[in-house]
Write a protein that binds this ligand. Sequence first.
Ligand code: PLP
Length: 438
Amino acid sequence: MKAERPPERPPGFTYRSDKRIVRASQFTMHADDVSLAMLAERYGTPLYVYSASAIRERYQEFERAFQGCEHTVCYSVKANSNLSILRLLSRMGAGFDIVSGGELHRIAEISRKSAAKTVFSGVGKLAGEIDLALSTGILMFNVESASELDLLAARAAHLRKRARFAVRANPDVTAETHPYISTGLHEHKFGVPWRDAGELYRLGDSFPYLKAAGVSVHIGSQITEVGPFRESMERVASLVRSLRADHHDIRYVDAGGGLGIVYEPNAAIGFAKLARQYAQALLGPLKSLGVHLLLEPGRAIVGPAGVLVTRVIYRKRNEGKQFVVVDAAMTDLLRPSLYDAYHEIVPVVLGADSSAAEKVDVVGPVCETGDFFAHGRQLRVVGEGDLLAILDTGAYGMVLASNYNSRMRPAEVLVDGARSRLVRKRESLRDLLAPERI
Ligand code: PLP
């Protein structure tokens, strides 16, 4: 069977003729202007490669979509927390959404100023993390329970630091996504029930060091229909009105993150258009409230800006089934194992003679049947030693990597135009054993 031409992800990842390869008919996947084959040779595999131009473009799409309204894009650090990516976004003016003291530490590392544009979400904030955030001077705490509000009040009074807070209210909105990343229903652990929110604002404003400043929601992740966002903003707008009537000075609405990306081959809609629809869905209900809108996108900014480059170790056939065993595993990219997530897999080098396709399972070396990247996938025929690129792995890729099976986590490279930089070195055997004692 003949293969279709594999997909690309412009502007970050495109096939170009490779000057180092003499055969003119050969094309190599590039990150910006740098060949992935060259990067694999230099840094080894498995290797995460990110495109700075793709990150910039996505961030700017958000900025353009919301340009008519006072807003801050608070990039969600959990999606990809590499310091160089955080610095790139901070230099473009981004704020940040964090969920731990560790993530706040990363923000402090890249820019003191960014803390003032940082919101702190999460259901289990520890006293030490709250103290760190109070002394760093973050923009706002998104509080998720009455107990957390009490602790925040106590720590703020102890440190004599004023804290702005929003209550993360649960809008009970259904969003079409994987159940593990749906968060906006009353049965989920996140936020507080809508009807309890008013009471928490009254309680919060009664503490001397706390100030009610916003309303926050987050309905889930990888949502590609904008209807649920509009529905939840309609609820938020009415809550803002009733809180203001109750004399709370609500200035911020934090809409959370969750805008999805298209992982499958044929994108029905371009991102710029989706971002505009998303902006309309959020801004419509908020019109006339004069709030400062906070957005917490993660995946939509970095997802398509990264690929995982891996090398084929073996081909093997079990009965009728063809396996392609690669050197990346679920320890490097967990999404397929965790969510049965789909990622396009393409050959790094496209030769003139490589147009035949076959149905294969692409699997890693870890001792788990769940260690796979694709089942029964139609792929161009690849041989042992060939390179593959797993697309759209810039978000929830490296951040979920682990040392299971005593594997070392991969290296990360950031490409910007013709420049490439190692932004995290590959773990060594020494790194692997360093925290342990006998
Ligand atoms: N904000 C909050 C509170 C989240 O829990 C998440 C993800 O789970 C995000 C933002 C980022 O979501 P996404 O990467 O889908 O934009």
